[in-house]
Design a protein around this ligand. Structure first.
Ligand code: ZN
Length: 306
């Protein structure tokens, strides 16, 4: 049994409008759900992805208005990598980001930059990966250049040995050609995890840092099976939690990174039409009674036209 690559990656931002302008407006992802953090409903949980918010394409943010800037350190993801289809697409993004004043660092087949709050991002070309592209249809981004979903994440860690049995329990394989790289190679999608040596300075959780990384599983039956497997490998998984758009299990791996397993069997069209995903504030039943208060206190958002 193997996880099907990444399901979503969740990070923290301090400025929801700046976040929407960057991920929807500039990167051309679709805002597929505007909801609140179910565990702290005073703040937004914004989800971006392809047209449907397909697992493997979903980048999400908790907004904590005014949160101090964080810094990735040991036990934290420092870069989220997305795939694009060609080096021509990298040329396009190098120009487009540069024109907006985003500082970019181009290697041959990779383009590195940060979002406005300092979160490390990369776009890369990898013809060895044949996963179906998961792209949104933004009018300002030609289809052939669109972001196609996650390639993987890179995290800082100094000692990864005690985490290895847990990665193996998820069906991930070490890539012996590249030290520190693990690949979750599912039947249809794959995702990578790369451990990099941590900087001396301790990490600070805050704006511009990743909160957790979710791996993709089919349904509750798989969630239960993986729970047992990771527990046997030394993790302490939560019970299955209902996240409205998927069901989840969480556990922290020994390097310090918070993992989630999220199911693919529900999706974002469960509480609003697929055509208008992300337009209305959606609240889970347990927080619906607070709607009028939340609509007053949450940061008003302008979503760029598509
Ligand atoms: Zn999550």
């Amino acid at each position: 049994m193997k996880v099907e690559g990444l399901h979503h990656v969740t990070a923290i931002c301090a400025d929801a409008q700046g976040n929407v302008d960057f991920y929807a407006g500039l990167l051309g992802l679709r805002l597929v759900k505007k909801t609140v953090n179910f565990d702290a409903p005073d703040v937004y949980h914004l989800y971006y992805g392809d047209e449907q918010g397909t697992p493997g394409s979903i980048m999400t943010f908790f907004e904590f208005p005014g949160a101090r800037a964080g810094r990735a350190g040991a036990g934290m993801v420092h870069t989220v990598c997305f795939r694009v289809g060609s080096t021509g697409a990298l040329d396009f993004w190098e120009r487009r980001l540069g024109d907006e004043g985003v500082r970019v660092d181009r290697g041959g087949r990779v383009l590195r930059f940060t979002d406005p709050e300092g979160l490390g991002l990369a776009l890369m070309v990898n013809e060895d990966v044949t996963d179906a592209p998961l792209a949104a249809a933004a009018t300002s981004v030609p289809a052939e250049h669109a972001i196609q979903g996650f390639h993987g994440v890179r995290a800082y860690a100094n000692d990864t040995r005690t985490t290895e049995p847990i990665l193996a329990a998820l069906g991930m394989e070490a890539d012996f050609g590249a030290p520190g790289r693990w690949v979750a190679r599912g039947a249809e999608r794959q995702g990578q995890l790369k451990w990099d040596e941590a900087p001396a300075a301790a990490g600070i959780e805050g704006a511009g840092t990743v909160h957790h990384v979710a791996w993709s599983v089919a349904d509750d039956a798989e969630l239960e099976s993986f729970r047992e497997r990771v527990r046997a490998a030394g993790a302490r998984p939560t019970p299955i939690i209902d996240r409205q758009y998927f069901h989840s299990v969480y556990f922290r791996v020994p390097t310090g990174v918070l993992f989630e397993l999220a199911s693919r069997d529900i999706g974002f069209a469960v509480d609003e039409p697929a055509e208008t995903l992300g337009e209305a504030l959606k609240l889970p039943p347990q927080h619906e009674s607070r709607r009028s208060e939340l609509e007053r206190t949450l940061t008003p958002l302008r979503v760029p036209g598509r």
